[in-house]
Design a protein around this ligand. Structure first.
Ligand code: AMP
Ligand code: ZN
Length: 468
């Protein structure tokens, strides 16, 4: 069965055929490290993680780049306000970002290039230089360097805009009169005093790179001139990704990207969650409220990436509830499976429908429906004592394959020391045949949220489930 993705450029579902299978070159626009990323940003990164893990489950070898924007107006302003250097300021948020992606179980990219690293700056300067030589870029009166969009006739095709329509409007700032065309975008921003100590020397003067050239340079340097998939949120389509195409193709003379995948926004009361609207939550805000990374991951991953997703606490609680159902199901399966060998002929556990659903433009709703159908029917079979140990073991293997993609399994919780002490006392009481003491200790352990089972191998402890 082919894998299909909706490509923003062609506006249709396309069969996925990477340039050099099984390799897949994936470029994903990363965070600007001037504050903690908000959970809207994480919707983008979780979607990209699902994409990567599904491709890997299908046998592809993904090489992924995620850039870190560590110089721009916001980072410079932030460092000035904090009274520290730009690298010190951004280091704090880079570290926080890596902690957050780990909490959300997002697989680390192979490369996290930052804009201010010398090799990246050198590549940006080299590309801008080439554009200047070919007269595609020009230096304006303000000493900044701009890309002349008229020199790239396909400019606007990704966003389905007509070049002639790129006149001053709400979409494009119209306060930069030095530019030849209002749609021309900055490749290099000339230094001004607000930049303080931040700046690098280039053939056309001191300054810093524009945001768009960053991604073109890092993608070309690390993945080459042609990449398979480029992702980002829909807000990145214009002008950012449009500019990336123009820059990369004018320099490299190759089709820059085969498939453009864009996630819809995380909304709050119908509006995009964003820093500027002030309607945002960070992951840390949610952890402080007692939610876990796993719960937020579920809430973000659980609806199809091209559908806008409304953020609510009801939604997070529903995610928590769904996860508890999975946890409880796995506990039951483990109890039944014991040490049995998986039954290789058990059809339910051989089903590929979870992966087949994801093959269709990452249809996660359909994929999760397969999981919950399985949970429902297995629970019924368990209730009527019809599920055998080897069938349960086969289902656990099935889930393992799925969890490689979802990354939603509960982490085994360490047993707290007070529970361990009670368990030891209970073992001793039972060895003395003091059954009433044993029962009372069992109740105490239950009150601490754990269940004890007496098996032929001794006491077995599991976390209490939501049902019990
Ligand atoms: P930024 O730091 O604003 O460049 O955003 C980083 C990534 O998060 C980009 O891919 C954005 O498109 C994406 N993004 C920003 N806000 C949202 C949102 N509310 N919902 C989904 N994705 C978002
Ligand atoms: Zn980018």
């Amino acid at each position: 069965m082919p894998i299909t993705f909706y490509d923003t450029y062609s506006r249709q579902l396309e069969e996925f055929k990477p340039i050099e299978p099984p390799k897949v070159k994936l470029y994903t626009c990363g965070p600007t490290v001037y504050s903690f990323a908000h959970i809207g940003n994480f919707r983008a990164y979780v979607f990209e993680d699902l994409l990567q893990r599904h491709l890997e489950a299908r046998g592809f070898e993904v090489e992924r780049v995620m850039n870190l924007t560590d110089v721009d107006d916001k980072t410079i302003r932030g460092s000035r306000e904090a009274g520290i250097s730009l690298p010190e300021f951004t280091a704090k948020f880079k570290k926080a970002f890596f902690e957050d992606i780990e909490t959300l179980r997002i697989k680390r990219a192979n490369h996290f290039p930052a804009a201010t690293e010398p090799e990246n700056l050198a590549k940006m300067i080299e590309m801008i230089d080439q554009l200047m030589q070919e007269d595609i870029a020009y230096q304006a009166e303000d000493r900044s360097v701009y890309f002349r969009i008229m020199r790239y006739p396909d400019y606007g095709k990704l966003a389905h805009l007509d070049l002639a329509e790129l006149r001053p409007s709400g979409r494009i700032r119209s306060d930069e009169y030095e530019k030849e065309n209002i749609g021309d975008f900055a490749l290099w921003k000339a230094w001004d005093e607000k930049d303080g100590l931040v700046g690098w020397n280039a053939p056309w003067g001191r300054g810093r790179p524009g945001w768009h050239i960053e991604c073109s340079a890092m993608a070309t340097r690390l993945l080459g001139p042609e990449i398979d998939i480029h992702c980002g949120g829909v807000d990145n389509i214009f002008p950012h990704h449009e500019a990336e195409i123009a820059q990369s193709e004018c320099v490299n003379h190759k089709k820059f990207v085969r498939y453009w995948l864009h996630n819809a926004h995380l909304l709050v009361e119908g509006q995009k969650m964003s820093k500027s609207l002030g309607n945002f939550f960070t992951l840390r805000d949610l952890l402080d409220k007692g939610f876990t990374g796993r719960e937020l991951r579920y809430a973000l991953i659980g609806s199809n990436y091209r559908q806008p997703l409304n953020f609510t606490f009801d939604g997070l609680n529903a995610a928590r509830h769904s996860l508890l159902r999975i946890d409880e199901w796995l506990r039951r399966l483990r109890d039944i499976a014991g040490n049995a060998e998986p039954d290789p002929g058990f059809a339910a556990a051989k089903s590929d429908s979870f992966f087949n659903a994801l093959d269709e433009d990452l249809n996660i709703s359909a994929a999760l429906a397969e999981v919950f159908d399985q949970i429902r029917s297995t629970n019924r079979a368990i209730d009527s004592a019809e599920l055998t140990a080897s069938q349960a073991a086969a289902l656990l293997d099935w889930w393992d394959r799925i969890n490689q993609v979802l990354q939603l399994q509960e982490e085994a919780e360490p047993i707290p020391p007070n529970v361990t002490r009670l368990l030891q006392r209970r073992a001793a009481a039972r060895a003395d045949k003091n059954w009433s003491e044993g029962d009372s200790l069992r109740t105490q352990i239950e009150e601490l949220g754990w269940l004890v089972k007496d098996t032929k191998d001794g006491q077995k402890l599991t976390k209490r489930s939501w049902q019990s």
